[in-house]
Design a protein around this ligand. Structure first.
Ligand SMILES: [Zn+2]
Length: 264
């Protein structure tokens, strides 16, 4: 497991991920100051123009927090409901929008196949659907795929009810839920809390459950045998220049665009 960092361009408000090996696809995320990247909006159009990605190369979906994955191609409409895209051609560019949910980028550099999924609490497990497509369509076993887990809301900020916590814990392992006594304020630029515990000690402690999307996805990908898993250790709710549903609120949160492809 390798921690990687988004490199920020403070002029364009585009961030990118340094490549570790030749042949890896470009991985790019817009930052909050680049504007809301909702489908059909002017910010998204401007970003793709800036990257010199022609509209016919770019694929996105109408996201619904599902585990539905599609292969990109001329017949695929951006009105199609789903949350994951596997590239149907090497020159395609794929994007999902995120604001607290985790973008997960998958690729196999040798064959130049790649995918991106939008994985929130409801859709957790969608990365496994994309891995299934890699295997079925391209004959690439999961252990040969590289995964990059993008920024998401982390357990420092993602308080949930007990039912949701229980669901996560049984599906994605004990570490996917942290119990903590004090809910943190959603203030900017706080450090990740370090006082989290993985085990709930008794019922009347006044602790609340917090979801850890990173642990949940690590757990599921490691179970599939992936050897090369990279992650970005940034909480969207704690980081001022990232879009966050919880921090910014339902009326005005910023969708960031998470993009993968051989762009240049
Ligand atoms: Zn946080």
């Amino acid at each position: 497991m390798l921690q990687v960092k988004l490199e920020r361009d403070t002029h364009t408000y585009i961030s990118s991920l340094p490549k570790q090996e030749p042949g890896e696809p470009d991985i790019i995320m817009s930052l909050k100051p680049a504007g809301d990247m909702s489908s059909g909006g002017s910010s998204r159009t401007a970003l793709l123009e800036n990257l010199q990605v022609k509209p016919e190369r770019f694929f996105s979906l109408k996201q619904i927090h599902s585990q539905q994955v599609y292969v990109s191609g001329p017949a695929l409409s951006s009105a199609q409901e789903g949350d994951g895209l596997v590239a149907g051609a090497h020159d395609h560019v794929l994007g999902v929008s995120v604001a607290d949910c985790m973008p997960i980028f998958l690729f196999h550099a040798e064959s130049r196949n790649f995918a991106v999924v939008h994985s929130g609490w409801k859709g957790t497990g969608i990365a496994l659907q994309a891995l299934g497509q890699f295997r079925e369509r391209y004959g690439i076993p999961a252990e040969d795929v590289t995964a990059v887990l993008g920024p998401s809301i982390r357990s420092c900020c993602y308080q949930v009810d007990e039912a949701r916590a229980q669901l996560f814990r049984s599906n994605w392992g004990r570490d996917s839920v942290k119990w903590r006594a004090t809910p943190p304020a959603h203030t900017l630029l706080t450090q990740h809390s370090t006082d989290s515990k993985n085990v709930h000690n008794g019922e009347s402690t006044g602790e609340a459950p917090f979801l850890d999307l990173l642990s949940a996805n690590l757990h599921s990908l490691q179970q599939q045998g992936l050897g090369d898993i990279r992650f970005i250790d940034e909480c969207t709710a704690c980081t001022a220049d990232l879009g966050s549903f919880r921090r910014e609120g339902p009326e005005q949160f910023t969708h960031m665009l998470a993009i993968i492809g051989y762009i240049k």
